[in-house]
Design a binder for this molecule. Structure first.
Ligand code: CP
Length: 359
């Protein structure tokens, strides 16, 4: 039977997502029942980019399910340093392991790796593209802390251009009834057009503003994000954006008593440390919920239940067209062998790896 991959939450149906959230809750309340769920199984964690939460929560999740882990957190200590391409690394690692969790700096790298993996592959962040298990973490937290995933006014603040967690969260929350968004960023770091198209198509209301103080009193959720220094072309451009949005106790005094503050973490300076003591600050609990979400996901992927899709439903066209996104994995000369796969949506041609619009 063909295995399943998690490239983006978009490829899970709403029912599958709700099942995963439910299973995370069951595992959290009865961890003893699941402590042998992955006995004899090995997870490979391949982190081509730094990580604390995603990498270690996956490792902790696998160990808590009775499985074991292998992997690297610095590709320069692997044969990647000798020039090994992604295809060869993935083919080899998938013969050593039962499931792979991978983070990579190139957009579309998760889709590319999944073409060569003989085992389920989980996207742990592919450049500024997607970070589905963070979104799983976020929705599990919302479910616990707000008791619902619909009828929410969600403020997203900070680097909305490069924040892959922002893109994945908007896409996912657009699938639930009557959610609306306030997008708080500078013009330079506003959400990409394709994310706005998704909100428009889903009929979700959204506004774009550049002042956190003006929006905070309306929000049910405030999702703060870090300005992603590593995605800027120059240090000068980063310095212009750094420190523009800071949540402090003064601004928080205008928020609803039951608003909750989320942040995928790591934090730099966008949430003042004294906000941590406020009962509305949920970002540390959020990181813990993520481990249970990842335990649920590993369990479901290794069971490979027929009802789960997890894979892209879009028909692939082998057009040979070159992607225009310079951050796309297909434009990395070392990955020259990748087929130039595309797909058509709404009469437009998109890159099948990074979802960049081609024409
Ligand atoms: N939220 C998140 O992805 O954190 P890490 O980069 O530490 O994994």
């Amino acid at each position: 039977m063909e295995h399943k991959n998690l490239i983006d939450l978009e490829y899970m149906t709403k029912e599958e997502l709700e099942q995963t959230i439910r299973l995370a809750g069951v595992i959290k309340s009865r961890p003893d029942v699941y402590k042998h769920a992955c006995d004899g199984k090995i997870m490979a964690t391949l982190f081509y980019e730094p990580s604390t939460r995603t990498q270690m929560s996956f490792q902790a999740a696998m160990l808590r399910l009775g499985g074991q882990t292998i992997g690297f957190d610095n590709p320069m200590n692997s044969s990647v340093a000798k020039g090994e391409n992604l295809k060869d690394t993935i083919k080899i690692i998938s013969s050593y392991s039962d499931i792979i969790a991978m983070r990579h700096p190139s957009e579309g790298s998760a889709k590319a790796a999944s073409l060569y993996s003989g085992v389920p592959l989980i996207n742990c962040g592919d450049g500024g593209h997607f970070h589905p298990t963070q979104t799983l973490t976020d929705v599990i937290t919302l479910n616990y802390e707000k008791g619902r995933l619909d009828n929410l006014k969600i403020g997203l603040c900070g680097d909305l251009l490069n924040g892959r967690t922002v893109h994945s969260l908007i896409k996912t929350m657009s699938r639930f009834k009557n959610n609306s968004f306030i997008l708080i960023s500078t013009k330079e770091l506003s959400v990409p057009q394709y994310i706005k198209d998704i909100m428009d198509k889903a009929g979700c209301e959204y506004t774009e503003i550049d002042n956190l103080r003006d929006a905070i009193s309306e929000l049910d959720i405030l999702y703060m994000t870090r300005i992603q220094r590593e995605r800027f072309k120059s240090e000068q451009e980063y310095q212009k954006q750094k420190g523009v949005f800071v949540l402090d106790t003064e601004k928080l005094s205008y928020a609803k008593k039951d608003m909750i503050i989320l942040h995928p973490l790591p934090r730099v300076d966008e949430i003042a440390i004294d906000v941590d003591a406020d009962s509305r600050a949920c970002y540390f609990k959020q990181a813990e919920y993520g481990m249970y979400g990842r335990m649920a996901l590993i369990t479901l992927l290794l069971r490979n239940e027929g009802a789960f899709s997890f894979n892209t439903p879009d028909p692939i066209i082998k057009s040979g067209t070159v992607c225009r996104n310079e951050r796309c994995i297909t434009n990395d000369p070392q990955q020259f062998y990748l087929p130039r796969n595309t797909y058509i949506k709404n009469n437009k041609l998109y890159c099948d790896y990074c979802d960049g619009e081609i024409s």
